[in-house]
Design a protein around this ligand. Structure first.
Ligand SMILES: [Zn+2]
Length: 582
């Protein structure tokens, strides 16, 4: 999911040798689909043709075209164990327990594509057992444009398959950063799929980059501190221990995603911060039990497919046995959020660490043939098991009192569209209305210097709060926070939150001054203002004493008076999102 920057350039012959070794030693842990061989994955047309075929042949399997992708071809969802028609199927999914599996968001990482096909084929072969089966929804391949941009090279360090898709979509967006800003049609279609199903369990399938180690199967689970207690306990005290035991029986060590603190694992790993921009972070906003599977890129494709398949299998099996527990924990979580009076955000890793037994390979630093400098090389002949630090705790830097209502200007059409796509209930004001509200005035902000996913993301923000009576016009909207998808509202409309619409540039037009003054005209007015406002004059004189640059700049001095006068535009740096005050 996240790029790590270590260990690129593993010599190919070592890789091949190890593949052979692993194929021999782990033959029991490979899975091959009948139609796609040991090291191949379907193209998008082949994949959809296959799903269409099984849809035709089995009444329990339905394939739905759910909406557009940026490429132009549709995004599909395959539903197993639905109902007699699409309306009833989606009603059933929302009412009963549902597992949603998202594949090929990074189309170069197709393990889940093959694993899902194998799971379905096995289910058919085993007589389509329905006893307790939840609704299973599978997105065959989400990044359609990436799938169509097929190649054999863009995953330079990955051990198969022979050909695969590209990470970027048709707009060259990383779709796994797009769930809040929704620049892609894919993300809008995903929101439709997600809310039509309201999945209880969600899995996003990936292949890792980064360090070398012994594990094939790693996972990311939701950031504990951002979860409601009921779901946190269920995930960390029941589900993960159960999965670990069951997968061990299939010879897989289930291990957290190896997100390195430094160059090699010996200095420890850190828990991934699953912000709402990511698929799993987005799903977690709606209290889905949410996972990312990351298989290790240096393990052979068929082995990675087997690991992904077994993870999905065991997760489905656990879901079958724990339907009531899951539904209860989700309901408790929804209720928990409704009881909260504060919303915490800007989570950062703390210094606190646990210790984890890690199965790695010794890192060595021989001289590089290319650069003549020391280079990192993992010695596969020196496997080890050793405890390493695990930084697994996050803490919120900021919090805010949850208001009863947010108000957003009716002109913010792209935000209103995104609220609708996420089933957010709101009222449109029909008559101009005066309301007492709190509003953020941006004091300063900083942005990325290079575009990130099509945006100059604002990574720093300081602001002041202003409480005033504000006249709202017909067409502005009022959003109550007392609703099920509350956390989508809070994460996007609190400007300081990590993935807010402020940070993703939706309010940039409010950050520019529109009117200015000519100094020679404003001179007389400035003098008059100072005569009439002794407090301002006092501040002005003090500034001149304290700041020599200010004292020597006529323009700066006039600017200071202008900005503190009625002539300065009130809308400057004032965001069109407001919170109710009581
Ligand atoms: Zn990925």
């Amino acid at each position: 999911m996240e790029d790590c920057f270590v260990c690129w350039g593993f010599p190919i012959f070592v890789n091949m040798f190890r593949s052979l070794l692993l194929i021999t030693s782990l033959a029991c842990c490979q899975l091959v689909h009948a139609q796609w061989s040991l090291n191949t994955t379907p193209t998008y047309p082949e994949l959809i043709e296959y799903y269409q075929k099984i849809d035709r042949e089995h009444k329990e399997i339905e394939l739905y075209a759910m909406g557009e992708s940026d490429y132009g071809l549709p995004i599909y969802v395959c539903i197993i164990n639905g109902a007699e028609d699409s309306l009833k199927t989606f009603q059933k999914a929302r009412r009963e327990t549902t597992v949603l599996i998202n594949n090929a968001i990074h189309a170069g990482e197709p393990d889940g594509v093959n694993a899902s096909l194998i799971w379905i084929d096995n289910w058919i072969k085993e007589g389509k057992k329905m006893n307790g089966l939840p609704v299973i929804a599978i997105i065959p391949a989400y990044n359609v444009g990436g799938m169509m941009n097929r190649n054999a090279f863009s995953r330079a360090n990955q051990n198969g398959p022979e050909e695969y898709g590209f990470r970027g979509n048709a707009q060259n967006l990383d779709l796994n950063r797009d769930f809040i800003k929704m620049d892609s049609e894919n993300a809008k279609t995903f929101a439709k799929i997600f809310h039509s199903l309201d999945p209880d369990v969600f899995v996003d399938t990936h292949v890792s980059n980064g360090a070398d180690y012994q594990y094939t199967l790693t996972y990311i689970s939701s950031t504990k501190e951002r979860m409601a207690p009921a779901l946190m306990k269920l995930t960390y005290q029941e589900l993960l221990p159960a999965l670990t035991v069951q997968l061990k029986k299939k010879k897989w060590d289930l291990f957290p995603y190896v997100d390195l603190v430094n160059e090699t694992p010996k200095d420890g790993i850190q828990a991934f911060n699953d912000l709402p921009r990511y698929a799993m972070g987005y799903a977690a906003l709606f209290d889905a039990l949410s996972f990312t599977v990351e298989t290790h890129m240096l393990k052979p494709f068929s082995q990675r497919v087997a690991a992904t398949h077994d993870f999905l299998c065991e997760l489905i099996q656990w879901t079958i046995s724990n339907k009531n527990v899951i539904e209860k924990a989700r309901n408790e979580s929804h209720e928990y959020w409704q009881r909260q009076t504060k919303y915490a955000f800007n989570y950062e890793l703390t210094e606190k660490k646990d210790s984890l037994l890690f199965k790695g390979y010794e890192a060595e630093f021989p001289q590089s043939e290319v650069t003549g400098l020391p280079r990192l090389k993992y010695n596969l002949n020196r496997p080890y098991q050793r405890f390493i630090p695990f930084f697994s705790q996050h803490a919120a830097k900021d919090s805010i009192d949850i208001p009863k209502y947010f108000m957003v200007g009716g002109q913010c059409k792209s935000i209103i569209e995104r609220l609708k796509l996420n089933n957010i209930q709101f009222t449109v004001i029909t008559n101009d209305t005066l309301l007492k509200v709190e509003n953020d005035q941006v004091s300063s902000f900083e942005s990325y210097k290079q575009p990130y996913e099509g945006h100059f993301y604002h990574n720093e923000l300081t602001s002041s709060n202003d409480i005033s009576l504000k006249e709202f016009k017909a067409g502005d909207i009022i959003i109550p926070t007392n609703q099920k998808n509350q956390r989508f509202i809070l994460s996007t409309l609190i400007p300081q939150a990590e993935d807010s619409y402020f940070r993703w540039n939706f309010f940039d037009s409010y950050l520019q001054q529109k009117e200015h003054f000519s100094s020679y005209v404003f001179e007389e007015k400035a003098a008059e203002i100072l005569r009439n406002e002794p407090n301002l004059k006092e501040k002005f004189e003090a500034m001149k004493i304290q700041n020599p640059n200010f004292k020597s700049s006529a323009r700066e001095q006039l600017e200071f008076i202008y900005k503190n006068s009625v002539y300065f535009e009130k809308s400057f740096h004032q965001l069109p999102v407001f919170r109710s005050v009581e």
